[in-house]
Design a protein around this ligand. Sequence first.
Ligand code: HEM
Length: 192
Amino acid sequence: MENTKYSKVYRIIHWLIAISFLLLLITIFLRLTWMNKFNVAAIIQDYLSGTDQVLSQEQLIDLAKKIREPMWNWHIYIGYALVGLFSIRFILPAFGRMKIQNPLGKTLSTKMKFQKWTYIIFYFCVIVSLATGLIIELGPTEFKRSMEEIHVLGIYYLIAFIGIHLAGVIIAEFTDQKGIISRIVSGTKDKD
Ligand code: HEM
């Protein structure tokens, strides 16, 4: 199999998107675990039980959300950065760079078709996450609830894609695409 050579633009966009997704994953992880509003509310409740102050459950959750907010703002910042990065990523093929994978080629092997379909499905899911995220933040309030219900499902495809992607790259490195990992880091001669 011919070894793909990754241009500078390709590598920069690839790593900016990869780092952004990792940071985004950290914000989601923190929100679901340490900074979970119910956990934080329980800690405040526990602390107050040793004093003569009482807060309602609603006030406790409100306070917990306020404590979480500076961390969660990073989800929004990274979300906007991803909107920019994916806009560039989807415009690049118009300039003949970083072409979008076409899974319909007749000569493709089953493995290649699987690989290309994985990217297409991933891009579709990312577009849904970005669009619903933007609507939650900037859209009319009557859509907020329904958009949130779709948006929070993003964690499932994100984890699945990262797992499949890493496994695929490692298998490729040790089978027919030796050096693929160093090529996506340091590249060789520019070609898309
Ligand atoms: C591919 C990109 C994105 C992914 C995979 C993603 C994923 C997620 C996930 C999994 C949650 C739920 C966390 C939880 O269960 O506690 C969440 C919540 C949220 N995201 Fe994103 N997100 C993305 C982009 C964005 C963007 C672009 C924005 C806005 C600019 C955004 C704004 C929000 C907001 C406001 C929430 C809170 C919703 C709520 O209160 O239920 N996200 N996101």
